[in-house]
Design a protein around this ligand. Structure first.
Ligand SMILES: [Zn+2]
Length: 214
């Protein structure tokens, strides 16, 4: 079970996490979790390019190891990357030492101040320990920022019709929205339908698509 828009009780429980970017301008922050993926990620990159759009990719370390050239392409095309652990661990079900170690393993490959916990699940004690890490990746200048979302497209929900998934995004998006998609096998049917339509619709409405600001 999931909600399209992030619920208020989560936002109040985790006020230091980033749920949306305060924006007066028409800017949308598209994010793609769980890649790099052999076919889905190149599709996303090609589609973004058609619209001059930038986005942020929360990559799984083991997938960066599997597809280093695709990871390079994300960076070369001017997108932002973020850490999504090395093995897609659920923080609630993982002891702190293992969780931190897995984030560090991913940080060796993904040099980014941004972290998104898989399933949105991280314990407060894990967050405290993560914030204290000053050497997560080479050249780390700032504390890690946890990026959540204000819109879950639901593209991972295999029972959701692609046009319902599209409606979720069209209806809820506002200036500064952080939207979650997945470059994964599971989300492919919905994401590949929704992404071009979201780019087309909001481009016509005068929106720009940017990577997360540091
Ligand atoms: Zn994920």
């Amino acid at each position: 079970m999931y909600l399209v828009t992030a619920p208020w009780f989560l936002k109040i429980g985790y006020p230091s996490f980033i749920w949306k970017i305060p924006e007066k301008e028409k800017v949308i922050y598209l994010t793609f979790d769980d890649g790099p993926h052999e076919t889905a990620t190149p599709f996303v990159l090609d589609t973004l390019k058609k619209y001059g759009a930038k986005a942020s990719f929360f990559c799984i370390g083991k997938n960066v190891t599997a597809y280093p050239a695709i990871y390079e392409r994300i960076l070369q095309e001017g997108h932002v990357t973020g850490n999504h652990t090395n093995h897609h661990l659920n923080g609630w079900k993982t002891d702190d030492a293992t969780y931190l170690q897995d984030i560090k393993a991913a940080a060796a490959l993904i040099h980014s101040p941004f972290f998104r916990p898989p399933y949105g699940r991280i314990k407060k004690c894990q967050w405290r320990k993560l914030k204290q890490e000053n050497n997560l990746y080479p050249g780390q200048q700032t504390a890690i920022k946890i990026i959540m979302w204000d819109i879950l497209s639901g593209d991972f929900d295999t029972e959701l019709m692609p046009n319902r998934c599209l409606a979720n995004v069209l209806y809820h998006t506002k200036p500064g929205s952080i939207i979650v998609f997945h470059d994964s096998t599971k989300a492919w049917e919905r994401m590949s339908y929704v992404l071009p339509r979201v780019l087309e619709y909001f481009s016509r409405e005068g929106y720009a698509f940017k990577g997360l600001p540091e």
